[in-house]
Design a protein. Structure first.
Length: 305
């Protein structure tokens, strides 16, 4: 049978980890994390990394595999995962990939534009500018050097703005001119599973998870990483809000509420992105028992083709 990559995705906090464990156990296979932050070993609590018992039961890849001081991109993820899949598919015919990082998933499924590597000093300079002058400074600069992408990008997302500025400056031409949206052919089949629920339930799960993270020591973890706050890995929900608190810009209670609010906003963005994919088949979290039979039916259909 032709090798198959089973992708399990959905908004943050929806229960992707539990379902991926069930699927991987059923097919006696391994799991690739498509979470752009779980790979950083210093960020354990704020990224909801699976516990040691889970990691010892089923082998995971790209969990605590890198340091926050490493520069890592979706393009590098594509290269690394394609090499890993080449190895895994010599042993198994089904591999599970789970996570909610949209660009990372697209990089594996479709390929990604061949963009220039970013100089660490440039990245540090732009991140420092963001922290010192605010997001409006990034918007102004992007509008000046790439008005086309400025009209397309989410102007409330500093990571997107920083990325576009980095690439534009390194390449010496607008980021929008470098985005060719390739669709590379893969030598394996892909089954895409999406988990969802009523919006209020998703929000409740997010709020509860943030409370558990705070109780589990998220504040202390963020404080221990203050020295690295300009690193791209830490420009993310769950950490930058604490940095504002440590800087005296808000109260502790406000920082926690902001983490919840920003996480809910990110979940909405994920759902908007994923719902544009016609190949993704959705399952409510109350119907996860139907997922494995669906995958088996798809595999059987593949064999008949």
């Amino acid at each position: 049978m032709k090798p198959t990559l089973v992708i399990i995705t959905g908004p943050t906090g929806i229960g992707k980890t539990d379902l991926s464990l069930e699927v991987a156990s059923h097919f006696n296979t391994e799991i690739i994390s498509a979470d752009s932050r779980q790979m950083f070993r210093e960020m354990k609590i704020g990224t909801a990394v699976p516990g040691e018992e889970i990691l010892s039961r089923i082998r995971h890849h790209f969990i605590h595999s890198h340091s926050i001081q490493d520069s890592y991109t979706a393009g590098r993820f594509e290269t690394d995962v394609m090499a890993l899949l080449g190895s895994l598919f010599t042993k198994v015919t089904v591999v599970v990939m789970t996570g909610g990082s949209m660009l990372y998933l697209d990089a594996v499924c479709k390929g990604i534009d061949d963009l220039p590597s970013v100089d660490p000093e440039l990245r540090s300079s732009l991140v420092s500018r963001y922290h010192e002058e605010g997001i409006e400074s990034l918007r102004f600069e992007l509008k000046r050097i790439d008005p086309v992408y400025y009209r397309q990008v989410d102007l409330h997302n500093p990571k997107r703005l920083l990325h576009a500025l980095e690439i534009s400056i390194m390449a010496g031409k607008p980021y929008s001119e470098l985005r060719t949206h390739p669709h590379k052919q893969r030598d394996f089949r892909i089954i895409k599973i999406g988990l969802t629920a009523e919006r209020e339930l998703i929000y409740d799960r997010i709020n509860e998870r943030v409370d558990r993270m705070v109780s589990g020591g998220l504040e202390e973890e963020a404080r221990s990483l203050m020295a690295y706050r300009t690193n791209n890995a830490l420009n993310t929900v769950g950490y930058r809000e604490w940095f504002d608190f440590f800087d005296g810009k808000c109260s502790r209670e406000a920082a926690i509420e902001q983490i919840k609010s920003n996480t809910r906003r990110y979940a909405r963005k994920q759902l908007t992105w994923f719902r544009k994919d016609p190949l993704l088949v959705w399952f409510d979290i109350s119907e996860t028992g139907k997922v494995i039979p669906y995958i088996e039916a798809q595999l059987l259909q593949f064999e008949r083709e």
